[in-house]
Design a protein around this ligand. Structure first.
Ligand code: SF4
Length: 355
């Protein structure tokens, strides 16, 4: 107990955790002690007691995907009756609704469609940017690599063209667990962890920034969860390109993999540990989409300083059984009720207004 409390005290003061120490804390620390330490670190980094959020819309341009990840309930084959691809006009109508409601961020992601090439995205990005003052947070690493393979271009060339068409930042989707043993089991057709990281590093070199995510609760071990955090921390030391870390839990319903949801205490443990371990990523998001808004509030006492997006629309997690919805007014109330000051932010964490 003494060793544990001494270690937590040092981390709160700013000492970096080793992988071995993180494993020790994950296994041995009382959940509330971990939360208290994570909260103290959060207060050191964000002393103003502000909790930020972004008003956004998650637009999934297609649900057609050849990857068939075992944990995914969203993908369809091209011949399925509910398969779709959104036209530029349909996407624009959704962006218009977002802007009318004071939204600033479009999170554009979709399946790996065998027929959608770079021209579809260039046209779409240009059309959005020509009409609306929104931030385009679009296409996660698996989608970028899919485009590079399809067009026989390098990742850098694809990113350069997308950036020229209006891409502002790269969402860190498709990370799941950044360990290939896990990836082979739950998403055997998807890119390796090295490929995921290479896309993010290239994006950072081109002046874009990105987020880091983690989907846990499938087949990974605790060691592999820490390995994931460690790989992010190492790259962040060199690049400073990740603005936020967003851990969320596997949603098992309607998936080929099946299984059970991650218990809330396990989510909070991972969240607190990520705040303690990732000393170089400033923002940690509460995942109300997978955990519900009440756990989202509790997450603010376990190291999170951001409530993520208000998400006018969300389809991927919803397909796997998490049906939580919220809106800007509710997010503001939830943050206030938890004892923090709500602030709407831009995608790059500049504050637009306080509430
Ligand atoms: S998680 Fe993404 S890549 Fe995997 S099947 Fe679903 S849509 Fe396709």
């Amino acid at each position: 107990m003494e060793r544990l409390e001494k270690l937590l005290g040092e981390v709160v003061e700013g000492r970096r955790l080793t992988v071995k120490e993180a494993l020790y804390l994950y296994r041995e620390a009382d959940l509330l002690l971990l939360g208290k330490a994570a909260s103290a670190v959060r207060d050191r980094l964000h002393p103003e007691r502000i909790v930020t959020f972004v008003v956004d819309r998650n637009i999934n341009y297609t649900n057609v995907c050849y990857c068939s990840c075992l944990f995914c309930a969203f993908h369809r084959r091209p011949e399925d009756p509910d398969a779709y691809v959104l036209s530029t006009e349909e996407v624009l109508a959704k962006v218009e609704e977002l802007v009318e409601q004071g939204g600033t961020q479009v999170l554009l992601q979709g399946g790996l469609h065998p027929d959608l090439g770079l021209d579809y995205f260039e046209e779409l990005f240009r059309a959005i940017k020509a009409r609306y003052p929104v931030h385009l947070h679009a296409l996660s690493p698996p989608e970028i690599i899919h485009l590079a393979r399809k067009e026989k271009l390098t990742v850098r060339e694809v990113l350069e063209r997308l950036k020229a068409a209006g891409l502002d930042s790269v969402p860190g989707g498709g990370a799941e667990i950044l360990v290939n043993r896990v990836r082979r089991l739950i998403s055997p057709r998807k890119i390796t962890w090295q490929e995921w990281m290479a896309v993010m590093i290239t994006a950072f070199e081109l002046g874009l920034f990105g987020s880091a995510t983690m989907m846990f609760g499938t087949v990974e071990t605790v060691e592999e969860r820490i390995e994931h955090l460690n790989r992010l921390r190492e790259v962040q030391d060199r690049t400073r390109g990740f603005t936020a870390f967003i851990p969320w839990t596997y949603q098992p319903y309607n998936t080929a993999l099946g299984g059970n949801p991650v218990p809330t205490v396990e989510y909070l443990r991972l969240l607190a540990l990520s705040r303690l371990f990732l000393d170089n990523i400033p923002n940690i998001q509460a995942s109300w989409v997978t955990q519900g808004t009440k756990v989202g509030q509790v997450a603010l006492a376990f190291g999170a300083n951001d409530f993520g997006g208000t998400m006018m629309e969300e389809n991927v997690v919803r397909a796997a059984g998490a049906a939580y919805r919220t809106n800007r007014e509710e997010v503001i109330r939830l943050i206030k009720d938890a004892g923090f000051i709500p602030a709407q932010r831009t995608t790059d964490y500049r504050i637009i207004r306080f509430f």
